[in-house]
Design a protein around this ligand. Structure first.
Ligand code: FDA
Length: 582
């Protein structure tokens, strides 16, 4: 065995976390290699909900339009339906994923992007193709086995599964994006909290033309309350649209203490029949697999030169559709920091901010996703369906809601309320967009002395913009000549950006005098960018002569409310702190 390859960053895994880390690093010009165990990318749909924050990341990385072209659009995602089977009785719907008119307005105001449904087997090729086109070296059928690290780098032992031999890759940094059974995270000794294997679940991928049961109430998710639906799983039986309205994925639970059932085609077909409810429709089962619901997160995402991202450090059920979104966002947070450390601009201690910023988000989404499962119980409770009972009893309870009795009216109200409460799973816009990195925990954020505005509205349901350091730059439509663009379009591309207005000339000069590249954006009448709607003036929370310094990942790192004659000094101080030189 000899060292055959050297690189700056070795990435283990080509899922959403690894592929987007590779894409970002290659976009920033950082040499990287991806090793991935299998001969192909994901061959089943898995993750699909792609939220606005992820679309913003993809927009910055130049692949947003490719994703939009392949994804199911937002307006076909929204009628999350609760029913006894697709062909059976409908119990209610909740307008989801930004399709409620009020929530839709919040989506439009929050971001230049739109949420969409992009199945993982389509997303991974987009990310990986772009990464490889920009320089990533990708090795399929190469399996990470172990690593050692020293003061200068990491040496990973890798097995080439095609040739059958092992070799070493020497890298300055290692990213473990190797999923929920991460060997890298285990080898790095990352401390994990929570529990694996909380419940058992089965995915069944199948083809069937279900247009007659779905096209009139287009949705990504159809939830089925059938006998047995509360055993294991993710709260109820689920028929998920992969491609409207012919490709599907069912999620069905099993008792984890009894072990997964034998996943024969007959068994899979029987579950499909139960949830579809129409035996005359031709069904082709493509695959089935068992997995477990997990409730686990890492307390630290790094050990020395080894960093983990994605499911390697947060393991949770698909509720709220947060898995690949958070994985992509982890990678985006890490990539620019690695770039600046590798090119000598930043001190390696900038990398400490990765755990400080992302671990609290990981814990939050693991908790949210598991809570969402538990919040499905009231839907069953409204039908008295949690108590052990025969199928006949469940059907009778469901039928009873149609009676003209006070009890039935109460049942109808409870059912409506329980279904509407699922907004915390299907319309949690705040969970998607309210991520903030407090200066108290992250050294890559410079406090500006203002009090934390918190979240006056429900932080899980409603996005609430802020330009306070640690918040994502608020989106506002501005113009440049005849072109309309988002404030978010002025930042990113691997560099810092300073936004100011009329009177902010000292800030512009100061930005040009720094060693690190800082793009400058001046917004105001007669300047390169204008604010014709006044949205930016309302959202920026600074005076015209003030400044926001935005990190390459779109988060505000430093804010000064007004013009400052000593802008040069203030900015240099801020950068020293952010880049770990203070
Ligand atoms: P992921 O598991 O995708 O990738 C790991 C990679 O590492 C793979 O390429 C693997 O081959 C490789 N690997 C592993 N060990 C290796 C080794 N030793 N050497 C080399 N390579 C190795 N999420 C979401 O955001 N929205 C959603 O709607 C859903 N829905 C959903 C539905 C269902 C049914 C499931 C099961 C899951 C979801 N998810 C989801 C979750 C989502 O699939 C998951 O969070 C992401 O795939 C995580 O991405 P990662 O890149 O971290 O790991």
């Amino acid at each position: 065995m000899s060292t055959v390859v050297e690189t700056d960053v070795l990435i283990v895994g080509s899922g959403p976390a690894g592929a987007s880390a590779a894409l970002a690093l290659s976009t920033y010009g950082v040499p990287n290699i991806v090793v991935t165990r299998y001969a192909s990318l994901a061959d089943t749909p898995r993750a699909h909900i792609t939220n606005q924050r992820t679309m913003e990341v993809l927009r910055d990385l130049g692949v947003e339009q490719e994703v939009v072209a392949q994804a199911t659009p937002q307006h076909l995602m929204g009628n999350t339906t609760f029913c006894t089977s697709l062909a059976g009785e409908e119990l209610g719907r909740v307008r989801s994923w930004g399709n409620d008119p009020l929530v839709q307005a919040e989506h439009e105001l929050a971001s230049p992007t739109r949420m969409c449904d992009m199945p993982q087997h389509l997303m991974e090729p987009v990310l990986v193709n772009a990464a490889v086109a920009r320089g990533t070296r990708l090795r399929f059928q190469n399996e990470y086995l172990s690593h050692t690290q020293d003061a200068d780098g990491v040496t990973a032992t890798v097995r080439d599964r095609l040739r059958g031999d092992t070799y070493e890759i020497r890298a300055k940094y290692l990213i473990g994006a190797d999923g929920g059974r991460s060997r890298v995270a285990a080898d790095a000794g990352l401390p994990m909290g929570g529990q694996m294997g909380v419940a058992g679940s089965i995915n069944i991928v199948f083809e069937a033309d279900l247009t007659q049961y779905t096209a009139h109430r287009p949705a990504t998710l159809y939830w089925v309350l059938a006998p047995g639906a509360t055993v294991g799983g993710i709260g109820a039986g689920l028929v998920r649209c992969v491609r409207p309205w012919t490709e599907w994925l069912i999620v069905w639970g099993y008792d984890v203490t009894a072990g997964a059932p034998d996943l024969t085609t007959e068994y899979a077909e029987s579950v499909v029949r139960k949830l579809v409810g129409d035996d005359d429709i031709p069904v082709t089962v493509k695959s089935s697999s068992a997995w477990t619901v997990n409730e686990m997160y890492a307390e630290s995402y790094a050990n020395g030169r080894v960093f983990c991202a994605g499911d390697a450090v947060h393991r949770h059920p698909p509720s709220n559709g947060l898995g690949s979104n958070t994985s992509i966002q982890d990678a985006y947070n890490l990539a620019w920091k690695l770039k600046l450390v590798l090119d000598g601009t930043a001190h390696p201690r900038l990398l400490d901010s990765y755990t400080a910023e992302r671990a609290p988000i990981g814990r939050q989404i693991v908790t949210r996703a598991n809570r969402s499962i538990r919040e499905t119980a009231p839907v069953f409770e409204a039908l008295d369906g949690l108590a052990p009972q025969t199928p006949e009893q469940l059907w009778a309870n469901i039928a009873a809601r149609k009676d003209a009795t006070a009890a039935a009216e109460k049942q109808r109200a409870e059912l409506r309320e329980a279904i509407a409460f699922k907004a915390y799973e299907f319309n949690a816009h705040g969970v998607d967009l309210n991520q903030r990195y407090p200066a108290e925990s992250s050294a890559a954020i410079v406090p500006d002395g203002t009090p934390d505005p918190g979240f006056p509205r429900d932080p899980e349901l409603h996005h609430q913009p802020s330009s306070r350091p640690g918040a994502r730059l608020p989106h506002a439509w501005i113009t440049s000549g005849s072109r309309m663009l988002s404030t978010l379009d002025t930042v990113g591309r691997g560099r810092f950006t300073l936004l100011t207005g009329i009177g902010g000339e000292d800030w512009v000069r100061a930005a040009g005098a720094q060693e690190v590249e800082i793009a400058t954006v001046v917004i105001g009448p007669g300047r390169e960018y204008e604010d014709p709607y006044g949205d930016w003036a309302r959202l920026s929370e600074i005076s015209d002569g003030g400044a926001l310094l935005v990190r390459p990942d779109g988060f505000v790192a430093f804010r000064h409310a007004s013009a400052a004659p000593d802008a040069g000094e203030l900015l240099a101080d801020a950068l020293r702190t952010i880049l770990g030189h203070a």
